[in-house]
Design a protein around this ligand. Structure first.
Ligand code: ZN
Length: 358
């Protein structure tokens, strides 16, 4: 993840004539200066909420605040820290604020953080990475009403609207069956934590034999430690594909090298990529390597429609978008929300939105 920096200060008139101020700073993580609280800081802090186990949301904080399952997925990453584990809905109280974590639906253990300012009563919700569509292996996301919403906008542009997940999965199963019928080795490419384990669950459900690259296999076992049951056996890749097997590997050059070094002459490999970027018509915001033989729009993030629906569901007074396209904030402004994007790709419209409120 690139370094994104931004800063906005909003002041607003509260009911009862009292004026309260909300500060949200985005600087390699979300910071609430009034409460001296970090959320998903990428630099080491004394205390930071860690919304989920993806490497672009973590650092070795002294006291990370996270769910038990996020800690399980991170293995020994926090062995020298003093993690604060919270169940969903269980409050962490300090004199200044209380925090509760709520399911974000993005990967196992992923959490949104609701921070209530004890003095003003202000409710700030930070979504982390969010996904509203159901997954066979994640806790379903909850919509959490709030005053200030800090929401991810990875797919916050109108051309990123995904087809129903069942369609993408049915197509994947059909394509893989065809490739096997042609004598090819099908390999599904999906991010090593989260999407790969979802692919594993779907492929086992469809009755395929599955072999997983080592890190995918290791994380699948951690999912099992976190209480997830996969509907069949799977094995770790040992340099060989057996007849009828489907591989699951992380995207990237290393996987392709590892596979090409191990297949016997005469056998061909076909790659199927599961990624939300397959849905967009425009330029990708960053490179994602060589595309697969087939790319299907399947993501562990919310698409544009789900992001907009989520904002409508939680009824915020103001919205900040982070991590992605600024277009979502512009769309929300057109629909009457006080919304601005925080980050290096903020637009003049984002700043204009902030100025009158200062
Ligand atoms: Zn993530």
């Amino acid at each position: 993840m690139d370094t994104l920096t931004g800063h906005a200060i909003l002041a607003d008139a509260a009911t009862g004539g009292r004026v309260f101020q909300v500060d949200v700073v985005f600087d390699r993580g979300v910071y609430l200066p009034e409460l001296d609280l970090w959320l998903d800081s990428l630099r080491k802090r004394d205390t930071s909420v860690v919304s989920h186990a993806h490497s672009d949301h973590i650092a070795r904080h002294s006291s990370p605040v996270l769910t038990r399952r996020t800690r399980i997925l991170l293995g020994d990453y926090y062995q020298r820290s003093q993690p604060v584990e919270l169940e969903y809905g269980e409050p962490l109280e300090t004199p200044e604020y209380s925090i509760t974590l709520h399911p974000a639906g993005h990967c196992l253990g992923s959490a949104q953080a609701l921070v209530v300012n004890r003095q003003s009563g202000e409710r700030l919700l930070y979504t982390g990475d969010l996904r509203m569509q159901p997954s066979p292996i994640n806790e379903p996301a909850e919509a959490v009403p709030c005053d200030t919403l800090v929401i991810e906008s990875t797919y916050g542009r109108p051309d990123y609207v995904f087809p129903p997940q069942e369609e993408a999965i049915a197509t994947a199963v059909r394509v893989i069956g065809q490739w096997l019928g042609q004598g090819a080795i099908p390999v599904v490419l999906g991010w090593r934590l989260g999407k790969a384990q979802e692919a594993l669950h779907h492929l086992l459900t469809a009755g395929f034999g599955v072999v997983c690259e080592e890190s995918v296999h290791d994380i699948a076992r951690r999912y099992e430690s976190g209480g997830v049951t996969f509907p069949g056996e799977y094995r770790v890749f040992d340099g060989d594909f057996r007849d009828g097997e489907v591989g699951i590997f992380p995207p990237g050059r290393k996987s392709r090298e590892q596979i090409s070094q191990s297949i016997q002459p005469g056998r061909s490999v076909r790659y199927l990529e599961l990624t939300g970027w397959a849905a967009g018509k425009g330029e990708k915001p960053w490179g994602r390597g060589r595309p697969g033989d087939s790319s299907l729009p399947y993501s562990d993030h919310a698409d544009f429609s789900d992001l907009v629906s989520y904002v409508e569901a939680v009824q915020p007074k103001r919205v900040y978008t982070v991590f992605g396209f600024p277009d979502l904030a512009a769309h929300l402004r057109q629909h009457g929300y006080a919304a601005s994007h925080l980050g290096k790709n903020a637009t003049p419209g984002d700043q204009a939105m902030q100025m009158p409120l200062l």
